[in-house]
Design a protein around this ligand. Structure first.
Ligand code: ADP
Length: 299
């Protein structure tokens, strides 16, 4: 019997609130759920408030097979939320609540015990905005000593504090994932705006000892770059309804493929399939089956 890969998301868990509905979200939560659908033993390391919003989120993830037993409950901070404003072609703009439960993460004994058993762990920038959670996340990355560490850049802007968070996070990851906008922000912020994009990414891989950069290109698929391989995959043509969470699904597909020792081409294809399918549904956590993915047409 093979033991399923153990994959975790670390960071925020929140409600995405639209004008007329709400969807469970937070990149690490979306990632964990899609990793579970891929077949992993998936869990989420996060924190919710002692409120209905938090209980509903945990129940929803649990119904979808994600292990929620390590999600902490804050006695005095509310569960996080994000107002989502949808623009043309379903492109989202976000407004995130402050001083939430996920700003108070603790790398406690429960987390320290399970972190060494992880095969992969995703983390990002948002949950590192306050010092308490930032320190907890850094401690977690140290304890996850056999896990493949995926840093999802997920930038919403840039300032001095973002700079510290990003540079530290780059120094700890095995894989960095970003979309094209984030790549452009990073390049500008690191005073490399005039550099060729590929040269810039290669220098990043080299400077921070990173094994792979994954750049998502929306409807145009993705670009995977390692120190010695370079691959563009054109993605899949779909009718996009809501692109929230496409990048998180992509990340789950990528990690799943890497843990299953796929080739670079196979990784790109599977991750793109998952991302493209999620674009065809409302919210970041739609259900999907292997048949749904197989039915997508080539780009
Ligand atoms: P993010 O959601 O992080 O901004 P992208 O928009 O680049 O990232 O989407 C992540 C991945 O999802 C893409 O690499 C692609 O595989 C897939 N995807 C996103 N939007 C579309 C789309 N409109 N058509 C097809 N695939 C898409």
């Amino acid at each position: 019997m093979t033991i399923p890969h153990k994959i975790a998301g670390l960071g925020e868990l929140l409600w995405d609130i639209y004008d007329d509905r709400r969807h469970a979200g937070g990149a690490p939560a979306n990632f964990a759920l899609h990793a579970r659908r891929c077949g992993a033993d998936a869990l989420l390391l996060s924190r919710v408030g002692n409120d209905q919003a938090g209980r509903d989120l945990k129940a929803l993830l649990a119904r979808n097979g994600v292990d929620v037993s390590a999600i902490q409950t804050s006695p005095d901070k509310p569960t996080g939320s994000v107002r989502v404003h949808l623009g043309p072609a379903g492109a989202p703009r976000f407004e995130c609540s402050r001083d939430t439960a996920f700003d108070q993460l603790e790398c406690d004994q429960v987390w320290r015990t399970l972190l060494p058993s992880l095969d992969a762990l995703l983390y990002g920038v948002l949950a590192q905005r306050e010092e308490t959670s930032r320190n907890a996340i850094r401690a977690c990355l140290h304890h996850a000593d056999k896990a493949l560490l995926l840093f999802d850049l997920n930038l919403r802007g840039w300032n001095d504090s973002t700079r510290d968070i990003v540079l530290n996070s780059l120094s700890m990851c095995d894989i960095v994932k970003m979309n094209e906008t984030e790549l452009a922000i990073l390049q500008q912020a690191l005073d490399a705006g005039k550099m060729d994009r590929q040269d810039f990414l290669l220098s990043l891989l080299h400077s921070y000892n990173i094994k792979m950069a994954a750049v998502t290109l929306g409807s145009r698929g993705c670009w995977l770059l390692t120190p010695d391989q370079n691959l563009h995959h054109p993605g899949f043509r779909v009718r996009a309804v809501d692109t929230t969470g496409c990048g998180d699904a992509f990340a789950a597909g990528l990690i799943w493929s890497i843990l299953n020792k796929a080739s670079l081409e196979e990784m790109a294809e599977f991750a793109n399939r998952l991302g493209a399918f999620v674009a065809t549904r409302q919210g970041a956590m739609p259900e999907w089956s292997q048949d749904d993915l197989a039915a997508l047409g080539e780009a």
